[in-house]
Design a protein around this ligand. Sequence first.
Ligand SMILES: Nc1nc2c(ncn2[C@@H]2O[C@H](COP(=O)(O)OP(=O)(O)OP(=O)(O)O)[C@@H](O)[C@H]2O)c(=O)[nH]1
Length: 474
Amino acid sequence: MRLIKSFQRSMFLLFTLVVIALSYGFYLAISHIVVEQSRIHHQSVAPVFSLINDELMYPLHVSQTLAHSRTLKKLMNAKEIDQGAMTDFLGGLEKNLGLSFFAASENTLRQYNSDGSSFALTPGKVEWYFNLRTAQENFFAELGQKEDVHLYLDLKVFNDNGEFLGFVGIGKSLRQFWQKFTEHKLVFGYDLMFVNNKNQILLSSDENLHASATRLVHMQELSWYPQVEDRAVRGESLNSSVIHIEKEEFLLSEIYIDLLDWKLYLLSPLKSRKADITRSFVINVAIIFALIVLLFICGHFLIRYFAHHFQHTLHRDALTGLANRTLIEQSYAKIIDAGDALSVIMIDIDHFKNINDSFGHNAGDQVIKQVSDLLKHSVRELDIVGRWGGEEFILLLPGANLSLAQAVAERVRVLLAAQKIDHGDQQISVTASFGVTYSELDIELKKVVAVADKALYQAKAQGRNKVCSLLNFN
Ligand SMILES: Nc1nc2c(ncn2[C@@H]2O[C@H](COP(=O)(O)OP(=O)(O)OP(=O)(O)O)[C@@H](O)[C@H]2O)c(=O)[nH]1
């Protein structure tokens, strides 16, 4: 009963372990996939912020600082600009900051560049200056210069009286941007598009979309734009839209650049992302599978262990460890099924009640154990030794004829009678009576036992410590 309970407890424990392991496995798998997803997303988006910062925000902040520089304001406030001083100032900045600067003066209508060059701001020739000076805004990010297109960050400069002195800013060749974007695309695998508030693509990693002096691509011109047009028209963010370009899926991410009023679109091919996530999924499923297999192996061994111990305990007498009636009956059936003849010996300890009464119940148990040990060691491997009940034992001797069985019974009787059983400082003498029978027919065990019992009764009747045999089954 205790074993059944501990088996049930172990099964429950195993079941709980499997459930916990599976739940934990699934939790881990999902966590890994989420982490992997987030990592891929983070890896693709985080570097773009540093790119925006390095390539756009840094020049922009430098220009903003420059527009408020006292030295510059002083130089630009003069009616006649000291070109040497201006070149020194702008050239010094270029040398230190690695950017190309310019100052366009309202007083002299001339543009001074950090490389030392300068040119006149002639109406009709240098259109940007005359277009922007009248505009309301103080900051512009525009493409310009025909031969080698540049992105210009133009900031208005005012003197302390609020009078317009001209523009200062930075000009950066688009080639420089393209080179950076190409490097970025090579590492992170997605395309970049910087789009102004007129939906014009100013900067892009895709060379088909590169701006030139004669051409600026509009978002509307893109083959996939109709797929997101509705959202764009409604003014909704295009972030996380999945679009198809030539049967391939791409994820569109949108980042708004407040200071420039631009949007940056990232176009990531989903194929590689899917491959990454699938790999992570496969690894996690494999781990869970291995875990389940491991648990099943443990469970299998646990069940085998308990089944073995169960069988042993179910079919064994608790006090002596000898075969109990069930096992004796099964063993008898096996012998008969194999077509073997056998001898059966019934053994009953003499005056056992007296032993219990004289020495106590524990001493009685000890005697039973000692007799069972003697029986076990007095027969062959293939013989069956069982406890039939109380102080009564049975021996099944397959293939043994009556005379051999009588000899065995006699040997055991003599050995038992000769041995003294120690109980504390006392010694207990034990004898037993033996009833032997032999059968070579397919007869029920209880009938065979009844005949052996009859022989045993005769041994008792003849004064005990005797071996009697009987063959009559009628
Ligand atoms: N200590 C102990 N006593 C048991 C056990 N099984 C049965 N007995 C006792 O064995 C005694 C058997 O007594 P009886 O059937 O009168 O037989 P006996 O005293 O051996 O007399 P004979 O068989 O006629 O020689 C009873 O008192 C039972 O209570 C056991 O497992 N342990």
